[in-house]
Write a protein that binds this ligand. Structure first.
Ligand code: HMG
Length: 408
C-alpha cells in the first residue's frame, strides 16, 4: 500500500419508511420474482416530504462523528456529493456546516456527477490530506440522495433514499486507500439524466447498464492495468449498486476482463468459477442495498458498511476493490485495505437498529407520499408527525423562499 489515508469513520441514515417489493409487484401486476430475483431487491426506502438530502446527510454525519468520537473542530473540509440538490446555487454542504457546528475555517462545497459525486469527494479529500493542506485535520464527505423514477416506470422498483457519511483521515481506523491504485474513467453519454425541470430521472432502457460495464473496464484498467489475476487475491469486490443484480453483472464483467473472453451459462466450469467468486467476494455485502434500494452517491459505501459490520475481523488486513459509477458518465476503481482496528468499530457503523424501526407503507400511502413530496417546496409548514417522524432533524417547508429546518 502506498498511502495511509482513507476512511476513518462511517455511518448511514435514511428515511423512516419503506415499501416491500412484493407489495409493489402486486400493485403493478408484475411477477414478484422479477423484483426479488430479477433485480435482487427486497425493499426500498421512501423519503417523506420532511426528509430531504440535508436532513439525511446531517443525521448520517452526526452518527459518524458521535459514533467514532470525532469533534466538529477536527473537520477542515466538508464535501457533500449529491444529485438531489435542494437549490441551484446554495450547496447542501453549507446547511450541514451550520447544523453540525463546524469551524468557520473549513472548506465546504457540493459535488455533482450523478452517483459518482461522493467518490469524487473522497479522492479530493485524500489529495487535500496528502498535500499537507489539512494540517492534521480530517475531511467529512457525505453522500445523500433520493432516487425517484416515477410511479409505474421501469425504474420504479430501483428507487431508494439515504445518506452515508465518511470521515477521511490519515491513519484511518477502517479502510486505507492506495492512492497509486485509483483509476478514473469519463465519457459523455446520455444513459441517465435529470433535466432541471424534472424531479424524476430519465433512463434510456438497458443502455445505462452497458455504459456502467464499459466504465468498469476502463476505470479498472486505469487502476491496475489490463487483464491480470486480481480477483483471487482480494478479500471483497464492492460495486455501485443501483439494484443488487447489477453487482453480479459487474462481477461477471471483471472476470471476463481477467479471462479475456465472454462468459455464458453454457460454459459450465467458467460459470461455476464466476458464481463461486461472486458468492465469496460480493454477494455477502449486498444485504443493505437490497433493504434500502438505490441511494445513488452512497450506494457503493452502503456495501462497505455491510462488509465492515459483518466481516471486519475476518477480512482484517485484506485488500478489497471498490467501483463507483455515475451516469453521464464518470467512474473510479480503487483498491483499499481493511485496517485491523475496523473490527472494534463495527457496532458504531451498523444501521440494523434504524432499519428495524422503519414503517412499512401501503402502496396507497407510498403513492400519496410521492405526490406530497412533489409539492413540499411550495408548502410553508409541513407536519413531521403526519409522517410518523419523532426525533431527528426535519425539513419543515419553504417560507419567503428560505428552507426551514427544525430539530425534533
Ligand atoms: P426492466 O427493463 O423492466 O427489466 O427494468 P428487465 O426486463 O431488464 O428485467 C430485469 C431482470 O429481471 C432481468 O434479469 C430479467 O431476466 C429478470 P437479467 O436478464 O438482467 O439478469 N426477470 C425475472 N426474473 C425472475 N422472474 C421473473 C422475471 N422477469 C424478468 N418473472 C431496468 C430494468 C434496470 C432497466 C430498470 O429497473 C431501470 O430503468 N432502472 C433505472 C436505471 C438503472 O438502475 N440502471 C443501472 C445502470 S446505470 C447506474 O447504475 C447509474 C444510476 O445509479 C444513476 C446515477 O449514476 O446517478 C442509475
Amino acid at each position: 500500500m502506498n498511502s495511509t489515508v482513507g476512511i476513518d469513520a462511517l455511518a448511514f441514515a435514511g428515511p423512516a419508511a419503506f415499501v416491500e417489493m412484493t407489495d409493489l409487484a402486486g400493485a403493478r401486476g408484475v411477477d414478484p420474482a422479477k423484483y426479488l430475483k430479477g433485480l435482487g431487491q427486497r425493499r426500498m426506502a421512501i423519503a417523506s416530504p420532511c426528509e430531504d438530502p440535508v436532513t439525511m446527510a446531517t443525521e448520517a454525519a452526526r452518527r459518524a462523528m458521535q459514533g467514532f468520537g470525532i469533534e466538529p473542530e477536527e473537520i477542515g473540509t466538508l464535501i457533500v456529493g449529491t444529485e438531489t440538490g435542494v437549490d441551484h446555487s446554495k450547496p447542501v454542504a453549507v446547511y450541514l456546516h451550520e447544523l453540525l457546528g463546524l469551524d468557520r475555517r473549513c472548506r465546504t462545497f457540493e459535488t455533482k456527477h450523478a452517483c459518482y459525486g461522493a467518490s469524487a469527494g473522497l479522492t479530493a479529500s485524500m489529495d487535500w490530506i496528502a498535500s499537507g493542506r489539512a494540517r492534521g485535520r480530517k475531511a467529512l464527505v457525505v453522500a445523500s440522495d433520493i432516487a425517484r423514477y416515477g410511479v409505474g416506470t421501469a425504474g420504479e422498483p430501483t428507487q431508494g433514499a439515504g445518506a452515508v457519511a465518511m470521515v477521511v483521515a490519515d491513519k484511518p481506523r477502517l479502510l486505507a486507500l492506495d492512492s497509486t491504485r485509483i483509476g478514473d474513467y469519463t465519457r459523455q453519454v446520455m444513459d441517465f439524466w435529470r433535466p432541471l425541470y424534472s424531479k424524476y430521472a430519465f433512463a434510456d432502457g438497458q443502455y445505462p447498464i452497458e455504459c456502467y460495464l464499459d466504465a468498469l473496464r476502463g476505470a479498472r484498467e486505469d487502476a491496475v492495468g489490463e487483464g491480470g489475476a486480481l480477483l483471487e487475491n482480494l478479500g471483497a469486490c464492492l460495486y455501485h449498486v443501483p439494484f443488487v443484480k447489477m453487482a453480479f453483472k459487474a462481477h461477471q464483467r471483471e472476470m471476463e476482463v481477467e479471462l479475456g473472453r465472454s462468459l455464458s451459462k453454457d460454459d459450465n466450469d467458467a460459470w461455476r468459477r464466476l458464481t463461486d467468486s461472486y458468492q465469496r467476494l460480493t454477494s455477502p455485502w449486498l444485504g443493505l442495498n437490497a433493504e434500502i434500494g438505490n441511494i445513488y452517491t452512497g450506494s457503493l459505501f452502503l456495501s462497505l458498511i455491510d462488509l465492515l459490520r459483518q466481516a471486519a475481523a475476518t477480512l482484517s488486513g485484506h485488500e478489497i476493490s471498490m467501483f463507483s459509477y455515475g451516469s453521464g458518465c464518470g467512474a473510479t476503481y480503487s483498491i483499499g485495505r481493511i485496517e485491523e482496528s475496523a473490527a472494534e468499530w463495527r457496532h458504531a457503523l451498523d444501521p440494523a437498529e434504524q432499519l428495524a424501526a422503519r414503517r412499512r407503507l401501503t402502496i396507497a400511502e407510498y403513492e400519496d407520499l410521492i405526490e406530497q413530496s412533489e409539492r413540499a417546496d411550495t408548502v410553508e409548514r409541513l407536519d413531521p408527525a403526519q409522517y410518523g417522524l419523532a426525533g431527528g432533524l426535519y425539513y419543515l417547508g419553504t417560507r419567503d423562499h428560505v428552507r426551514q429546518y427544525a430539530q425534533g
